[in-house]
Design a protein around this ligand. Structure first.
Ligand code: ADP
Ligand code: MG
Length: 327
């Protein structure tokens, strides 16, 4: 099973930032509204993520580290309706096959938290008591200590941390109601309070995308045939590269998709003059049955079951909104 976990880890754990993504998604799925992310040495020495979510029952701790033991779906039918960020039950076992992992968790109304650890071949699934408050901490140390070939592919501390920061920003834009703190080598890098009102949400966006973006953006909210597109579209500010300024979420999941890019590009070209770069933070919400989220192990792609419908909806929603900001 360790070999299989390590093979899966090749897909799920590309670098420290992919671990951060998986672990924070788990916090979201647990209903947390406060998440603290501590990183040391670009994540190669330590990635520690604490949340105040529902926690894991003592008896389920070892299961959480076992392959394909997701608590989130139970059947193929569930997979077609999946609303959680995770569903493959691969992240924790994969991470624990290439790093030293400790999982500490406490559910509501119990006396104490419980802790289990796994590192490579050693798996101590005998839970030990721990004073941790309600919620979960996942502590990941010494990434790739047992797979030197993969360790060699890690970049400098600075580069790995930059990837982590990007991932945290993307996650922060997907859940405004969640407070996030990011520390690197004990230094506070990012602190985001839960953002509820429009003003607070725009402050969060300004903090991540720059105020030049939000000052030039229009807020949109468009609904038709069961699809909803909301968010902010703006004119390019050139303060960051074009790629960095395109955030597109489907049911809360950041994705890259050709069909989506095409629809957006068409709308921009139609309304604004040719050659304009598109900058946006957009949220598409639709019936989960209309998408297949299980298209890629890292879950960064989705397949639309009604591609044409989605494309035309996006195009017309953006077309109308962009007409308002024609320069
Ligand atoms: P998946 O998210 O696909 O279910 P993971 O390997 O990421 O698989 O997690 C395995 C299981 O561990 C989850 O299904 C969930 O039950 C539990 N779990 C992991 N992280 C947390 C957390 N932060 N809070 C509560 N439960 C968690
Ligand atoms: Mg998960």
């Amino acid at each position: 099973p360790q070999l299989i976990n390590q093979i899966a880890a090749g897909e799920v754990v590309e670098r420290p930032s992919s671990i951060v993504k998986e672990l924070v998604e788990n916090c979201f799925d647990a209903g947390a509204n406060q998440i603290v992310i501590e990183i040391e040495q670009g994540g190669t020495r330590l990635i520690k993520i604490r949340d105040n979510g529902c926690g894991i029952e003592k008896d389920d701790l070892s299961l959480a580290l076992s392959r394909h033991a997701t608590s989130k779906i139970a059947s193929l039918h569930d997979l077609e309706q999946v609303v959680s960020m995770g569903f493959r039950g691969e992240a924790l076992p994969s991470i624990s096959s290439v790093a030293r992992l400790t999982l500490i968790s406490r559910v509501a109304n119990v006396d104490c938290a419980w802790r289990v650890s796994a590192d490579g071949s050693e798996r101590d699934f005998n839970p030990q008591p721990d004073p941790h408050p309600q919620g979960t901490t996942v502590d990941v140390r010494d990434l790739f200590y047992n797979t030197p070939a993969r360790r060699k592919f890690l970049k400098t501390e600075k580069t790995e941390f930059a990837h982590i920061e990007t991932v945290v920003q993307r996650l922060a834009l997907s859940r405004f109601d969640t407070g996030l703190t990011l520390l690197h080598n004990q230094k506070e890098i990012l602190t985001l309070k839960p953002a509820v009102t429009d003003v607070q949400q725009e402050q969060r966006i300004a903090g991540i995308c720059g105020s030049a973006f939000i000052d030039n953006a229009v807020k949109i909210d468009f609904e038709a045939s069961g699809l909803r597109l909301s968010g902010w579209v703006g004119l390019p500010t050139f303060s960051r590269s074009q790629q960095d300024m395109q955030f597109f979420y489907v049911n809360g999941r950041l994705i890259r998709d050709k069909l989506v890019s095409h629809a957006i590009k068409q709308a921009y070209q139609d309304v604004l003059f040719q050659g304009r770069h598109s900058v946006f933070v957009l949220y598409l919400t639709l019936d989960p049955a209309l998408i297949d989220v299980n298209a890629h192990p890292a879950k960064t792609e989705v397949r639309f079951r009604e591609g044409r419908l989605v494309h035309d909806f996006l195009f017309s929603a953006l077309h109308r909104s962009l007409a308002n900001i024609r320069p």
